[in-house]
Write a protein of this length. Structure first.
Length: 253
């Protein structure tokens, strides 16, 4: 084999590797999304399509990424409206990434969900802007309590730095952690590096400011990929613009 043939084989190998990275999202990858339309145990119907917008560039292997603005699509699985004899429930799946005119099937579970009000609150500086202060040097608080120092500082949680903000976005790249006793997972599977958590804290897990809505089933166990929200004291209502952290359980070509 001559030099030219060796170089050709190497280049083909790199192309194949890049295509593989593009076609498969590693298990454990978190995708932060903003819901495009509301979910309701009173109005939603089984089979109804749902979609969300990727809220921050999601890094993938070999420099690839899921771009901010890509769509995550799925559908409603089952709906139980609240009645005198039954609590409200709604279950759904997000099972497709749609980006650059390509659709990739995935299986996801739900790590955290927050109301639009909670999402918006993360953009408010912790102190009023005074004379000489700049927007670029503001300090904000993420959903779950992490503090973001935008003026060149880190993202901090109660135990210290967990990552850094991404200038020009509303989020950061942070190491995923979990609080003792929390049902959430830290770093898992194939994705051990900093992840795009958008407005959420490194250890954010559960429901934030959505009334008494709870995550009845996150989708990590059977039925895998099916996310169920419940409410004991009324209907489940998840408004458009709510934020979610979806975690990839698996993907396929």
């Amino acid at each position: 084999m001559n030099i030219q043939e060796m170089l050709l084989l190497i280049s083909i190998g790199f192309v194949a590797l890049a295509v593989s990275a593009q076609e498969n999202i590693p298990r454990g990858t978190i995708i932060p999304v903003s819901l495009n339309s509301s979910l309701s145990s009173r109005k939603s119907k089984p089979g109804q399509p749902i979609s969300a917008r990727v809220a921050q560039d999601v890094p993938l292997p070999i420099g690839m990424k899921i771009r901010e603005g890509a769509r995550i699509t799925g559908h409603v699985v089952q709906v139980t409206p609240a009645t005198q004899g039954a609590a409200a429930h709604i279950s759904f799946v997000f099972d497709r990434v749609v980006a650059s005119k390509k659709t990739l099937p995935i299986t996801t579970n739900l790590r955290a969900i927050a109301s639009p009000t909670e999402v918006e609150s993360t953009q408010i500086p912790t102190m009023g802007m005074g004379c000489g202060d700049t927007w670029e040097s503001r300090t904000t608080v993420q959903v779950g309590g992490d503090v973001v120092y935008w003026g060149g500082g880190p993202v901090d949680n109660s135990s210290g730095p967990v990552g850094k903000p991404v200038i020009g976005t509303t989020g950061g790249l942070v190491r995923v952690t979990t609080k003792p006793g929390s049902p959430g997972q830290g770093e898992v599977d194939e994705n051990q590096g900093p992840q795009a958590l958008w407005v959420f804290s490194s250890d954010a897990c559960g429901v934030y400011r959505l009334g008494d809505t709870t995550i009845a089933h996150a989708g990590r166990t059977k039925p895998v990929g099916v996310i169920e929200l419940g409410s004991q004291n009324g209907q489940v209502k998840v408004p458009s613009g709510s934020g979610m952290l979806l975690r990839v359980i698996g993907s396929q070509e």
